[in-house]
Design a protein around this ligand. Structure first.
Ligand code: NAP
Length: 185
């Protein structure tokens, strides 16, 4: 099975995506979209893998860890002990993680792969041969951020996806739109 890395991220108008190791905004609808997209499987016997960097893992409140109904992969160069967490794995390198995803036995356990941040992990995956799609929520507002989504450049093109909500979404005074990008053919 050829691996397909799907990235999912939310950015504001300056491409900011985080502040003080947290999200700069609180958008319940957008969070529900993230949960639905990363959790949904065709087979009820399988789960999706969510890949994240150690700082993103740290940013998730304890009561929500590991992200439920998903197989959690955490990248860290230090010795992370995640044994207390169900279906959660730590990897010291991207290649080590790819080996696990390519393992035939393990492939029976998962359906889709979702890369959920942060910035360094997105950059690695956008440049990777296994990159498949970027699901990007564009928030129509500027927030104070200290971490930014990598520059997309012109090698990506927006594509249609019938499974994502169309048009402008709104929560309180904040508008946002769900988009999907692939590499230009
Ligand atoms: N808006 C969004 O959609 C979104 C999504 C996710 C996160 N965020 C935000 O982004 C921020 C966190 O992102 P971040 O970019 O600062 O950090 P991050 O990518 O989540 O984590 C960085 C850490 O990942 C580990 N790492 C990175 N590359 C690695 C590699 N090749 N091999 C092994 N380990 C590797 C290192 O951990 P060690 O230091 O342990 O070695 C590194 O310090 C937070 O503010 C969070 O709220 C936003």
């Amino acid at each position: 099975m050829a691996l397909k890395l799907n990235l999912i991220a939310a950015v504001c108008e300056n491409m900011g995506m985080g502040k003080n190791n947290n999200l700069p905004w609180r958008l319940k609808t957008e969070m529900a979209y993230f949960t639905e997209m990363t959790s949904r499987t065709l087979s009820d016997k399988k789960q999706n893998v969510v890949i994240m960097g150690r700082k993103t893992w740290d940013s998730i409140p304890s009561k929500f860890k590991p992200l439920p109904n998903r197989i959690n992969f955490v990248l860290s160069r230090s010795d992370l002990d995640l044994n207390q967490y169900k279906d959660t794995y730590a990897f010291k390198s991207f290649d080590e993680m790819i080996d696990k995803l390519n393992n035939e036995k393990f492939q029976e356990a998962y359906e889709k792969i979702w890369v959920i941040g942060g910035s360094h992990i997105y950059k690695m995956c956008l440049d990777n041969k296994y990159f498949h799609r970027l699901y990007l929520t564009e928030i129509k507002k500027t927030y104070d951020c200290d971490i930014f989504f990598p520059q997309l450049g012109d090698k990506f093109v927006e594509v249609e996806d019938s499974e994502i909500p169309k048009g402008i979404q709104q929560e309180n005074d904040v508008q946002f739109v769900y988009k999907v990008f692939e590499t230009k053919k």
